[in-house]
Write a protein that binds this ligand. Structure first.
Ligand code: GUN
Length: 304
């Protein structure tokens, strides 16, 4: 049986529509949500990601502030710019695009962002709150994956979830969000002895290792949900994930494609975090990614 596709692009579009309505409601109360995106250096992949984020903001009415800094920007200059953005009342969210040039310490820079403006969920306080099971800004990619899982009729509660990758941005917060959803979570990484033996136990497999074709059909439990977080390139330069999509889809029950899977959801959740930061700034309780009218289980999975 061929797996059903989890269409991240369609799901993200629905979230964007809800966000646009919330932006309008904030504007009616005199607040336009603002997101500052800081890009240091000229990494071409980062430039593309940043452009996508800025465009997504524009499409839903969020004001974006692009701060572009040279590759040799000093620590003091960057910390100074972050401090200015922290103090700017028109900026509700701040994102420093990673990776940073090697002379800059990403941990120090991210922790210099006011934690209530950290819409990436990477600040030590937000990471800690996620660990404690009371998240505020959730890390965007794992948050997007959770939305994808919620969008399909597959119970995460009680399932065996296996993650490949233990990064601070994806693997670790992903484990915490799955745990909070009552999955039994196993994390695999570069020192895992028998990766396939572990992944074959997975009801839900999240691949975030950054290695093309790492996940093959023999590693999949029949009917499993496979979420591909990888962003790699084929030798021809085409975007691809960590999963061998063509063969794994013959075994899995559900699968997310690359492109069109997790990528658009990461951007959508950034918009959610930004609007929620703006809502909190005027004392409104954030509603989460869904508006009351929307049903996440409806019509988001593309037909086979
Ligand atoms: N680089 C790649 N993905 C991301 C992301 O989600 N946030 C930041 N800040 N940098 C990234």
């Amino acid at each position: 049986m061929t797996a059903r596709t989890i269409d991240g692009k369609a799901l993200a579009a629905r979230i964007h529509a809800g966000i646009a309505r919330r932006v309008k409601s904030l504007q009616d109360r005199g607040v336009t949500p603002g997101l500052a995106v800081v890009l240091v250096g000229d990494d071409p992949a980062s430039a593309i990601y940043v452009r996508n984020k800025v465009r997504a903001c524009e499409a839903v009415g969020i004001r974006s502030f692009l701060v572009q800094l040279a590759d040799n920007t000093s620590r003091a200059t960057l910390l100074g710019r972050v401090a200015e953005l922290n103090a700017d009342p028109g900026v509700h969210g701040i994102l420093v695009q990673l990776p940073l040039p090697r002379h800059l310490d990403a941990r120090e820079i991210v922790d210099a962002i006011a934690f209530d403006k950290d819409v990436d969920g990477l600040h030590a306080t937000n990471a800690g709150l996620t660990l404690l099971g009371r998240p505020r800004s959730r890390s965007c990619t794992p948050y997007g994956v959770m939305m994808m899982l919620e969008s399909i009729p597959y119970p995460v509660q009680g399932c065996d979830a296996v993650l490949i990758g233990r990064s601070n941005m994806v693997g670790k917060p992903m484990a915490m969000l799955l745990l909070a959803a009552n999955a039994t979570v196993t994390m695999c990484h570069s020192a895992t002895r028998d990766l396939a033996a572990v992944t074959r136990q997975a009801d839900v497999l999240v691949a975030a290792a950054g290695r093309r074709n790492l996940v093959t059909a023999d590693m999949i439990k029949p009917g499993a949900v496979v979420i591909d977080v990888g962003t790699n390139r084929t030798p021809e330069g085409k975007l691809c994930g960590d999963v061998d999509f063509a063969e794994v889809r013959e075994i899995a029950g559900w699968i997310s494609p690359v492109p069109g899977g997790v990528g658009p959801m990461t951007v959508a959740m950034l918009l959610v975090n930004t609007v929620e930061a703006a809502e909190r700034s005027i004392g409104t309780s954030p509603q989460g990614p869904w508006l009351a009218e929307s049903d996440p289980s409806a019509a988001v999975a593309a037909p086979r």
